[in-house]
Design a protein around this ligand. Structure first.
Ligand code: ATP
Length: 215
């Protein structure tokens, strides 16, 4: 589903990714670790095209991502961030709905999917709350619902529990794992947390010297 070969990326003089190769298969769960500043977020940003320029090859379902319109990538890839990144002036439901608006989904379908997803992540009754009225864990649940609205085949999660306390973080990871099992999507999870115990089936990789190393 994702095939990366010979990926190189510099920020000025700083070489971040060097000749990186990586494969993510259908339904696979991969945990990416590595030192701060090693390039983990950069790799995810390249995948969802927040960073448009790079040297090398990134294929998504066999197609080079440089040739794919952004809305097509958004349909294939869901993304969750450490800082949730919800729009403050929009309600939980509106934040989730946005993901369907950018990919051109019909309004009726957006509404029914968004409500079902908020329900699924445990936010029934809070559809009309604004982000500042929600706890960190609840905001991350909204972000998860938003990431799943387009039923992506791949979920990218960049430190999704970094801003949550230990217990809430564990709940969030268990929710992500359950949703992954239910949907069959692949998941690439960047995290510092020690998850081996809670996700024993995960493939563990790390970013070292600009490359991916299997662990
Ligand atoms: N926009 C940018 N301009 C210049 N340098 C950048 C930019 N973004 C990231 N970097 C640098 O690229 C390197 C990799 O950053 P990246 O955020 O990918 O690391 P990371 O592994 O995700 O780190 P962390 O675990 O701390 O989030 C770092 O040295 C960082 O300072």
């Amino acid at each position: 589903m994702i095939a990366i070969d010979g990926l190189n990326l510099n920020y000025g003089e700083r070489i971040v990714l060097r000749n990186l190769c990586f494969r993510l298969g259908e339904g696979e769960l991969v945990i990416l670790q590595g030192r701060s500043g090693s390039g983990k977020s950069t790799l995810l940003k390249l995948l969802y095209r927040e960073i448009p320029h790079f040297y090398g090859s990134i294929l998504l379902d066999g197609t080079c991502i440089k040739t794919m319109p952004k809305h097509v990538i958004r349909r294939k890839l869901g993304v969750i961030f450490q800082s949730f990144e919800l729009l403050e002036r929009k309600t939980a439901l509106e934040n989730v709905a946005l993901a369907g608006e950018v990919t051109g989904m019909p309004a009726k379908e957006i509404a029914s999917r968004a409500e079902a997803l908020l329900d699924r992540v445990g936010l029934t009754g809070q559809e009309n709350s604004y982000p500042h009225e929600l706890s960190g864990g609840e905001q991350q649940r909204v972000a998860i619902a938003r990431a799943l609205l387009n039923r992506p085949k791949i979920l990218l999660a960049d430190e999704p529990t970094g801003n949550l306390d230990g217990e809430t973080a564990a709940d969030m990871l268990s929710l992500l794992k359950t949703l992954q099992d239910e949907t069959g999507m692949a998941m690439l999870l960047v995290t510092h947390a020690d998850l081996l115990a809670s996700m024993p089936e995960a493939r563990l990789i790390s970013m070292e010297n600009g490359r991916i190393v299997e662990r």
